[in-house]
Design a binder for this molecule. Sequence first.
Ligand code: NAP
Length: 306
Amino acid sequence: MTASIRGGIFTMAMLLKGAEVAKALTEGLHAKTEELKKNGVEPCLAILRVGAREDDLAYERGALKRCEKVGVAVRQVVLPEDVTQEVLMENIHALNADEKVHGVLMFRPLPKHLDDEAARAALDPKKDMDGITDGSLAAVYAGTDGSMTAVYAGTKGGYPPCTAAACVALLKHYNIPIKGKRVVVIGRSLVIGKPVSLLLLAEHATVTICHSRSENLPAICREADILVVAAGKAGMVGAESVRAGQIVLDVGIHVGADGNLCGDTRFAEVEPVVEAITPVPGGVGTVTSTILASHVVEAAERAANQ
Ligand code: NAP
């Protein structure tokens, strides 16, 4: 909880902290990896990185830390910035074929000289831990019975993008009702906006997706019970777009003018108004790497049961 003064009244918005969610999920996952190891299966994630982009490195550090806590082994495959398409494809095929590797996290965007579509298409959807293949996205699209399990059990593989799944995990951890609620998502990317909308639709929310051409955006946002902000624009959502009683998930991550991390909402304006909000840093992003680890554990369990 954080304290604030609203209209002279002392109020508090609940802070939806990711660390708490990650801790709870990690405990359950650790028990599963112990069980798998007893049966001779060591869950293993391969991280495929081309070059050394700062945001890839940050994600990688988070993934390494979380996988270690959960008991998932990580193999880092690092290719030079100027790698050829041929060598990249060879590496993807090798990871697909390696039975010891249960899941692959391939960082994108790839450098411009590489064919992203071909790389994406080459990855086996069953090993696609971050929902980048068409097979995974098809499973997200088809998961309509209200459970995440339906998404994961998609016949072609099917793991949703980790950040989108992290939003749902966060809401569930804090027992925030989704069924029947009005959700507004700002953003329609394949990484967050669209998949989080479909995952919440599968949870029986009524979902509106907004984008850069949406008219009267603040008015639409104010209608939401749950507002998911994934616009990639620092501080674009302020007091004009929120009302009392709302739950706000701020997915954005930016380095602010002061050098500190900030989100897509103007936290100081929004927090005093709403019921609950994710902090940046320490909110959705903190859950993302735990979801990644959970996908690897799930893939290892599936492989063990085949
Ligand atoms: P993206 O590909 O740039 O997509 C942004 C979306 O927001 C687009 O659909 C765009 O609309 C929409 N948008 C942009 N400006 C808008 C405006 N003024 N009004 C309404 N809609 C607007 O970004 P992304 O990859 O989805 O990422 C979004 C944010 O999440 C970024 O800040 C990124 O750093 C962050 N992120 C966080 C995590 C995490 O773990 N927390 C993980 C990945 C990314 P159009 O489609 O019309 O252009």
